[in-house]
Design a protein. Structure first.
Length: 151
């Protein structure tokens, strides 16, 4: 199987597979990337540790600070305590919330982030586009003027 075909399968799985957390899997929030496919995460209880990204996700799906992932504990390793099983996208998160399996601690954080975005949008100064348009019409590009004279 080619690399491109493998990437298609991984992306389709991420988009179409909705998995609920269970005894083995739980939801964590990405705090920061640490390099070498390691990411620092925080659990709903507040503990912070490193998780590894499996090879199937590398160079295919990218995660950033603030994203949520479903992880599974691993036995070996002192610092790296879990491995990413699934990257939770917006639709996955909606599904988990509809099943009442979303951690309450993350619910409060996400609502606060949403409220901050709403405030920032409302605080934009009014634009004065009519004055800018008049200035643009009055300004003539010298090279454009020479080009018009040649035609």
């Amino acid at each position: 199987m080619s690399v491109t075909t493998k990437k298609k399968y991984v992306v389709n799985e991420a988009l179409q597979r909705y998995q609920l957390p269970d005894e083995k899997h739980y939801i964590v929030k990405i705090i920061a990337p640490r390099g070498n496919n390691l990411h620092e995460v925080v659990t709903p209880s507040g503990s912070i540790f490193l998780v590894s990204m499996p090879t199937k996700f590398r160079q295919t799906i990218f995660i950033k600070r603030g994203d949520y992932v479903l992880v599974e504990d691993i036995e070996e390793g002192d610092k790296v305590k879990a491995e990413i099983v699934q990257i939770l996208l917006k639709d996955n998160i909606k599904y988990i919330r509809s099943q009442n399996c979303w951690p309450k601690e993350f619910q409060v954080v996400q609502e606060a982030e949403h409220n901050d975005v709403a405030l920032k949008d409302d605080m934009m100064p009014p634009s004065e586009s009519s004055e800018d348009e008049d200035e643009e019409e009055a300004t003539i590009n010298p090279s454009e003027d020479k080009l018009m004279q040649q035609l």
